[in-house]
Design a protein around this ligand. Structure first.
Ligand code: PCA
Length: 322
């Protein structure tokens, strides 16, 4: 008697386990806080996927499961099935991953979308080779400079401890005469409070996330570049899904990409206004600083081309063709 009940339960468990619609739980690791527009967009993506499939997705935002530099590896090893990264922070793996962080190469959303579409096939291929499938990419708002005291040109950054978030912003700081230190977004307030850095380049959105008015008086809205976040899924986890579930994820991703860029543009306006409301002096960069940053951008484009070879040359030619 006992035995047959056990057998029945075992059979039931096996049947449930092999059913295509079996509920499963996925984890998603992201680096940025809940109030950030990227995270809000990702929550809507998760809602869409959960509504269309039997997958339950637990979101671990604000680097709570994995720190940003660990997220790509964490998804490869299925510590999380889904992840979000700042693509350019992985720029040492491949020059194409960091092309969106070269100041003034493709500034603004329209250029940013062009650059994404032109670079996407190569980036996709490189992720696929690593067992990862890119789902969608969303740009940050334009990148500007935060300082405590007013500045006029790059000369004012000589020796200044400057917060960088990837190799490109570190190189930019260096070419401006500053001393870069890499600090993750979640650690910006502490880095300023403890004097590890006293200036940075980032978006108004990250300025609001880090309450930059507590440690900086000036925001120079240079709109130098719109570096992107990429959301991706572990390929084995994805390929194990039914075709319907795979299609539902791809549909939700396509929507999230379009919605995300619109949310980014809205966040750019709203968060720039918020910095001013909180008492920061928000202005365009002074002409001398802008010219210096553009010169730095031109140097970095050349350096990037030397690294990126024919693939890079073809990309920039396509970007500059009208
Ligand atoms: N925020 C991220 C990357 C670019 C941005 O606007 C950061 O500062 O880390």
């Amino acid at each position: 008697m006992m035995k047959s009940v056990t057998t029945m339960l075992a059979v039931a468990a096996l049947t449930a386990g092999t059913g295509a619609a079996a509920a499963q739980t996925w984890n998603m690791a992201t680096p940025y806080p809940d109030g950030n527009f990227h995270t809000q967009n990702i929550k809507m993506f998760i809602d869409d996927v959960e509504a269309a499939t039997d997958i339950d997705i637990t979101l671990h935002s604000n680097a709570s499961l994995l720190k940003m530099p660990e997220i790509k590896r964490g998804v490869q090893t299925q510590q999380a099935q889904l992840g979000e990264i700042l693509l350019s922070a992985y720029g040492n793996e491949d020059p194409l991953f960091r092309v969106d962080s070269i100041p003034f190469l493709a500034p603004g959303y329209v250029n940013g979308i062009r650059l994404w579409h032109l670079s996407k096939p190569v980036i996709e291929e490189k992720f696929m080779e690593q067992g990862l499938i890119p789902l969608f990419a969303v740009a940050w708002p334009g990148q500007g400079i935060y300082t405590d005291a007013p500045v006029e040109s790059a000369a004012d950054f000589e020796g200044v401890k400057f917060r960088a978030y990837n190799a490109a912003t570190a190189r930019m700081a260096e070419l401006m005469g500053a001393v870069p230190t890499t600090v993750q977004a979640a650690e910006i307030p502490q880095a300023f409070a403890t004097g590890i850095v006293s200036a940075m380049i980032t978006s108004a959105a990250t300025g609001v996330d880090s309450q930059s008015w507590d440690f900086a008086n000036n925001y120079y809205n240079a709109r130098a570049m719109n570096t992107k976040n990429l959301v991706f899924v572990n390929a084995d986890a994805f390929n194990a899904l039914s075709e319907e579930d795979q299609a539902a994820i791809m549909d939700a991703a396509a929507e999230a990409e379009i919605r995300g860029w619109l949310m980014s543009a809205e966040a750019e306006a709203a968060t720039t206004a918020r910095l001013a409301e909180e008492g920061m002096a928000v202005a365009d960069p002074p002409a001398a600083l802008l010219a210096d940053m553009q010169a730095v951008g031109a140097t970095m484009s050349e350096e990037w081309l030397a690294d990126a070879g024919d693939e890079g040359k073809a990309l920039l030619e396509a970007l500059n063709a009208n």
